[in-house]
Design a protein around this ligand. Structure first.
Ligand code: SIN
Length: 476
């Protein structure tokens, strides 16, 4: 039952007239065909969510919370199956897919709890016959456009707070990972989701469905995770209906490795932050900045670590690096590595396609990179670590901040004073010190500048789905 191949609108599984293929990026083999829906079906999903909204918003927070907990439990009970499906369609190594399922479930649990604490407040009055009250109400129908690199967690990170707040939802999953999305939908249905509360529109025409969601007056909130270019165009389209948007967009994360770091920790954690999901996350390290005096020692230890990584299909035992998602991703990684070489950088490890298959790239370390090279300016989204030298803290910060992006940054130092200074001066929405992983359901995830607007996770994640209402009681 988890292997659903139909979309879900108004509490029914919908097969549609046309279908598109979902492929295994490791082999190119077709796994299944799912409905290729368009603007008309999107309108039907919005209408279903609109109809379901008053009853869902009127439920007790406790009732919505219980549904999210049942969804969480159902997902954890089928964690291995969902993880296998995820690895098949996005290539992520199985251990990482299992980790992602637990990460996805943690959002459902966190927002089941947070939804019960959507508190308002009272304000001391300024007129003795009046009383001032602030309440928070669900925003209405929400739309979620999610990415392929976290096929389950990004749906849960948006659906969790939306449903907990009392919003109803239309989800457009990415075409590459429709099957994991539909498995989540199936589990939500099993958990007792009322008709129309959450709908899922599968499509290969992201533009048509995205435009229908943005143009609709009934959709009051859009949450998008994906590229900065697409995010900007969705935000512009959404302006026509003045809907609220949250945008989790691209990044260009620096890792600052200072001479006073613990070298072993820095090597291990930079590798984790760089090679998670084969380098295909928005918070993956994109530039490794290393202080002059430890540069050679770091490059040697880091390169040895990277050279030992196992590459192969994600379902194979012990694999750490899976395939890239598609041919376009392969072309981008190949182009960026070639242009760095042409500009004088040196490949220390890797630097070529991998023999495991058409979409596999060798885990790669490149030294002698400078900030003006394309590889330091564009989001690589692949298993390639460019290394840039710096002289001192001021130069490291200048290099780190020399990007229009501002999602995540990492720094490695054993000096408490430096950790504070650097964290304050990094122009990023998230900073991780001495650690390669900063993602958690309990903290706000999001960026500044071209990396987007709004936050997901933490208490802030719920606020994104609530409108603030001020009521002044007169004549008291
Ligand atoms: C992303 O890459 O979009 C999300 C990464 C995360 O949640 O850790």
């Amino acid at each position: 039952m988890l292997f659903r191949k139909d979309a879900y609108i108004a509490g029914a599984w919908v097969s549609g007239k046309r279908r598109f293929r979902v492929d295994d990026p490791a082999t190119g083999e077709t796994i299944a065909e799912v409905p290729d829906l368009g603007a008309a079906e999107t309108e039907a999903a919005i209408a279903a969510a609109h109809e379901a909204f008053p009853a869902w918003a009127g439920e007790l927070a406790e009732t919505r919370s219980a549904l999210l907990m049942r969804w969480h439990d159902a997902l954890m009970a089928r964690a291995d199956d969902v993880a296998t499906l995820m690895t098949r369609e996005c290539g992520k190594p199985l251990a990482e897919s299992k980790g992602e399922v637990a990460y996805a479930a943690s959002f459902l649990k966190w927002f089941a709890e947070e939804g019960r604490r959507a508190y308002g407040r009272t304000i001391p009055t300024t007129v003795s016959s009046r009383r001032y009250v602030v309440t928070r109400a669900p925003i209405g129908v929400a739309a979620a456009i999610t990415p392929w690199n976290f096929p389950a967690a990004m749906i849960a990170r948006k659906a969790g707070p939306a449903l907990a707040a009392g919003c109803t939802l239309v989800v457009k999953p990415p075409h590459q990972t429709s099957l994991t999305a539909l498995a989540l939908m199936q589990l939500a249905e099993e958990a007792g989701l009322p008709q129309g509360v959450m709908n899922m529109v599968t499509t290969s025409d992201a533009q048509a469905v995205g435009a229908a969601l943005c143009d609709s007056e009934r959709v009051r909130k859009l949450s998008f995770t994906g590229s900065t270019a697409v995010g900007k165009s969705l935000a512009a389209l959404s302006a026509g209906t003045m809907k609220r948007v949250s945008m989790e967009l691209g990044g260009n994360a620096p890792a600052l490795v200072f001479a006073d770091c613990d070298l072993d920790v820095a090597v291990r954690e930079v590798a984790i932050a760089k090679f998670r999901n084969s380098g295909q996350t928005c918070v993956c390290v994109n530039r490794v900045l290393v202080e002059d005096s430890i540069h050679d020692a770091f490059v040697e230890a880091f390169s040895a670590h990277v050279a030992a990584m196992k590459v192969g299909p994600g379902l194979e035992d012990g694999v750490q690096i899976g395939p890239l998602i598609d041919d376009k991703a392969m072309e981008k990684v190949t182009r960026l590595v070639q242009s760095a070489k042409d500009a004088g950088a040196q490949v220390v490890v890797g630097g070529e396609k991998h023999s495991a298959g058409a979409r596999f790239y060798q885990p790669t370390v490149i030294s002698g990179v400078s900030q003006d090279m394309a590889i330091a300016q564009e989001e690589i989204f692949g298993p390639v670590a460019p290394i840039i030298r710096f002289r001192d803290e001021a130069e490291a910060l200048a290099l780190a901040n020399a990007t229009p992006y501002g999602l995540a940054a990492y720094a490695f130092t054993q000096s408490l004073a430096r950790a504070w200074r650097v964290s304050e001066k990094l122009a990023f929405g998230m900073v991780s010190l001495n650690d390669g992983i900063l993602s958690t359901a309990v903290a706000p995830f999001g960026g500044v500048k071209d990396s987007g607007l709004g936050r997901e996770g933490g208490g802030e994640g719920l606020d994104e789905y609530l409108d603030v209402k001020f009521t002044s009681f007169g004549g008291i």
